[in-house]
Ligand binder design. Sequence first.
Ligand code: GUN
Length: 303
Amino acid sequence: MSATILDGKQLAADLRADIATHVATLKAETGITPGLGVLLIGMDPASTSYVTAKETACAEAGMYSQDVRVPAATTQEEALALVRRMNADPRIHGILVQLPLPKHIDESAVIDAIAPEKDVDGFTPVNVGRMMIGAPCYLPCTPHGIIQMLLRAGVQTSGSHAVVVGRSNIVGKPVAHLLMRKAEGGNATVTVCHTGTRDLARFTRQADILVVAAGRPNTVTGDMIKPGAVVIDVGVNRIADATRKSGFRLAGDVDFDSAKEVASLITPVPGGVGPMTITMLLYNTLEAARRAAGASGTASPSR
Ligand code: GUN
């Protein structure tokens, strides 16, 4: 049996078209153009490519984006000042500080400095806390994108056993929370595995829904997957490949070739979760602009 591929690129394109319509309506009705402030510190190639993709997506949706790229030697005080400037800029409704930051900068201090109402990544303590208690908040983009993929593919999360591999603040912890919350796309029984887990396969083999965000290629292979499981691969690893012009190819955390023979549904890398992450960032930025405009209700992509 070969799994059905969950095409994140197509789903993201559909949702982005919908978001672009809402952006045009907001502009026509209020004169407000949703704006995203993007801060990139340093020149990490993967971060640079993510940030460029986010800005291109903003432009395609009719949004304004303010691109601030500064050298890796930027001091913490300078970084904080840049965030505060975006907090005060009325053209900017959402702020994205690309992570990771250079080692000499305290990541939590910079995240803390983002005004919670502009925290479209959902990373500030206020947003994380609100999410945990089920209060209105910006949902973090990758976890929200994953839930949207599951919902729109008709995957039954309620009553399922979801296993999450990875416990990062960006993906592992929040996706585990969204999968277990009492809401559409949630209500699963969730197990979280991490680098301290003994015998990872013992847990992954019990998963109806397996979300792998370990940051390491081949963390999960076909023999570690329950037949018929839904596999969501969050990994983006650059593997050296001299045959490519770029010198590398992208691979997920799951061994796709063996996994697709066992799973019922699987996300590819690239073209799976990645495009959905950017889409949910656009969605949150639109929401932030709507709130700034005093608009009520929720634009359609989320459920
Ligand atoms: N680095 C890796 N993923 C993300 C993300 O979703 N947002 C930000 N700001 N940085 C990241």
